[in-house]
Structure formats: C-alpha cells, structure tokens
Design a protein around this ligand. Structure first.
Ligand code: GDP
Ligand code: MN
Length: 378
C-alpha cells in the first residue's frame, strides 16, 4: 500500500526529519485558505500515487492566495498518468540550492535493508539507475545494529554534503531508517532532499510504500488507505482475499499458488501470449472464490481467454473442478476457458470440466498454447 506525499511527510516529521510547513486541501477554496495563512509563496502539489508529478504539471508555485486558488483549481481538474487528482498539498515554498535523493529499500538478495543516496536528486531514481548508475551509493544495514552513524556519514561524504550539514544529514538518514522499520515499509524515500539557499536540509517530497502483509500490525496506517486510488478490481480482490495484479495482456490467469501463477505467466509469454493478470486464488479453490476471481478477471475488457492452471494436492482435482463449474454457472460469458489440471484426482476433474464445455489440457504447455490460440481467434 502506497502512502501519499502528505501522509509520508507527516510520518517523517515524527522521526525528526524537517518538512515544509503545509496542509492538504480538497478544494481550491481550501487551498486559498491555507495559502493566506502561509507567510511565503506556496507550492501546490497534486496528491496522486505516482511519481513524476512535477514533469506532468502537477507541482506549481503560487505567489498569492488568489493564485493558489487558481492553480489548485487547475490541478484538481487534472488526471496524472490516469489518476484523477482529488487532493493538493499546499506547502510553503523552499529555496532550492541542491536536490539529493535518499531512500531505504529491502534488498532481497542481501536480505538487508539498503540505504541509497544520490547527488542526482529530484529525478526518479529508476531513471538515475538507468542512465547514471554510478551516481547511486548504497549501504547495507544490519538488522540488529540498525543504521550506524558512520554509514550515514559515508553516504554524506560520497554525495558531497557540506561538512556543517553532515550531522543533520545523519539525523535525517537515521530518522528515515527508523520510520522504514517502524512502519514495516518496503520503501521509504525522500526525493528531493533539498539543501536550501539558506543552507538547511529539508524533505521536499516523501514516499512510503507499506508491506501489505504487515498491515495487520498497523491499524492506524491501514486507516490512511486511499480507497479512491484503488481500482475497482483491486478493491474486489482485496475483499475476496485474492492476490491480484492487473496487467495489460489478453489472457486471464486463474491459478492456485503464487509460484505456479508466475510460471503460468512465463509459459503464456513463451508461446506468444500476454497475461492479463497475476492471480493467486490460494488453496481450496471453492466455488465462491472461483466466482469472485472470474468476475474480477472478466471485468477487464482486454481479456480474450482465461487459462486455469490448477495443481491438485491436498485439495482434490475433482473438488476444484466442481468449484469451477459451480462458480461458472452464475457467470454469463462467451470468453473461452482453458483448464489444465494435474495432481490428485485430475482425470475425474478433467472429465467434469469437459462435460461443462471447457477446453481441457494435460500439460501447462498444451494449456498455454490452447489459451493463446483461443485468445487470437476471439
Ligand atoms: P514528483 O515530481 O512527483 O517527484 O514531485 P516532487 O515533490 O519531487 O516535485 C518535483 C520538483 O518540483 C522538485 O524536484 C522540485 O524541483 C520542485 N519543487 C517541489 N517543491 C518545491 C518548493 O517548495 N520550492 C521549489 N522552488 N521547488 C519545488
Ligand atoms: Mn519527487
């Protein structure tokens, strides 16, 4: 779950990271009010859960409350990368001398949190990684000892932070790492971390991505979820307890098991198809879950065929097949369904599915090819 800039910065502030004075507004009039209580010009910033808002015209400076209202009105009418802007952050303007990147992510290979810093701030870090990877410096953080001051200083010197600011940089880096750990985040970043013309460090932008699997221990953070930003299908999937990620292809995937779902997507691609989603229906595959999953998959107009890839283990294949048939009864669709089912009672399962006019397959290769062919003929 991603947090908005204003939410992330509020968390950063609790950890001693300086942030600009500001508030969030849902209307142009509210933005004007905030601006009129601010002492300097303000910057109006679209609160949408994507990066690159600046480039898209979603970050603008206003010199007066009147102008703040006008600009807020414009930004609130915008769509940025497909997301409607429903809120703007109105921050007091800071005078930027330098922009730095500072972030913490989980490095899975190292099984450690890694802090990254770059003198090329203000640009999306993926872009820096692509074009000038040598500009990204990393330190791995020991989970027992946490971020050590010497590590923060090492980063500070490597990216050329002036001596008098190194202590503040260390405080900010330590605060960022603690915020990352305490919220069970998978990412916490400040981009840009600004060196102001007055020679101070301040977080001009903030981003936190929380680990959904840890949200149960953070009911306060769960409250921050912006349901407006979730797509309809993601909302449905979350309610039904399914892991679902929408993709751009034409072949819907219904699979029991996350690893199996990944393998299924690979094989679809291998045979020239494009998966329309990642979906793990989990163990059991009861009719209700199958139905919920199918509704979600079929709500995507790009879906031209659905491939079921079911591994019968503890759950028997015939039971899963009955679940699929029962689930399908309540859904009217002309989208062809291909089923590959193996494991315990697979033959019985396939017989039940063939009776229900589904295309069956014995191997994943066969299933994927049939699904790719069915999608092309649609
Ligand atoms: P993003 O494009 O979505 O990452 O949004 P940011 O919050 O990072 O803003 C993009 C750019 O706008 C920053 O890199 C800054 O150059 C500029 N910007 C943001 N806040 C301020 C501010 O308070 N003052 C000034 N002068 N520029 C700002
Ligand atoms: Mn930014």
């Amino acid at each position: 779950m991603k947090l908005h800039e204003y939410q992330s910065k509020a968390i950063f502030a609790k950890y001693g990271i300086p942030i600009p004075k500001g508030s969030v507004a849902e209307s142009a009039e509210a933005a004007r009010q905030i601006a009129s209580h601010s002492s300097t010009p303000v910057v109006i910033k679209a609160q949408v859960l994507v990066g690159g808002r600046g480039k898209a015209g979603g970050v603008k400076v206003a010199a007066t409350p009147d102008e703040a209202e006008k600009i807020a009105d414009q930004i609130l009418a915008m769509n940025i990368k497909g997301l409607p802007v429903r809120k703007v952050l109105v921050d007091e303007v800071i005078h930027i001398a330098r922009e730095i990147y500072l972030g913490v992510v989980v490095d899975r290979a190292a099984r450690r949190a890694t802090m990254m810093a770059s003198s090329a701030g203000g640009v999306e870090i993926e872009e820096v990684a692509r074009t000038m990877p040598e500009k990204i410096l990393r330190v791995r953080i020991d989970p027992v000892f946490g971020l050590q001051d010497y590590q923060a200083r090492e980063l500070a010197f490597a990216i050329g932070i002036d001596k008098p600011l190194v202590r503040d940089f260390t405080t900010i880096a330590t605060g960022l790492y603690r915020a990352f750990v305490d919220t069970d985040a998978s990412l916490a970043e400040i981009n840009p971390l600004v060196v102001t013309a007055e020679g101070k460090l301040i977080a001009a932008d903030g981003k936190i991505v929380l680990d959904d699997n840890a949200l149960y221990r953070h009911l306060d953070l769960e409250q921050l979820r912006d349901i407006d930003e979730e797509s309809q299908s993601e909302k449905q999937a979350r309610k039904a307890g399914l892991s679902y990620v929408k993709l751009d292809g034409s072949i819907g995937c219904m699979v029991n098991g996350a690893g199996l779902a990944m393998a299924t997507m690979d094989v679809i691609k291998f045979y020239g198809g494009e998966p329309a989603n990642f979906l793990d229906i989990g163990g059991g595959a009861k009719a209700e879950k199958v139905k919920a999953a199918l509704e979600i998959i079929l709500s995507d107009p790009n879906v031209k065929a659905v491939l079921f890839n079911i591994f019968g283990g503890i759950t028997r294949g015939d039971e899963v097949a009955r679940g699929i048939v029962d689930g399908l009864k309540e859904i009217k669709t002309t989208v062809p369904m291909v089923v590959r089912i193996v494991g315990t009672n697979a033959e019985e399962g396939r017989r039940i599915l063939a009776d229900a006019k589904m295309i069956t397959a014995e191997t994943l290769e066969e299933g994927a090819q049939k699904a790719v062919a069915a999608a092309k003929n649609k």
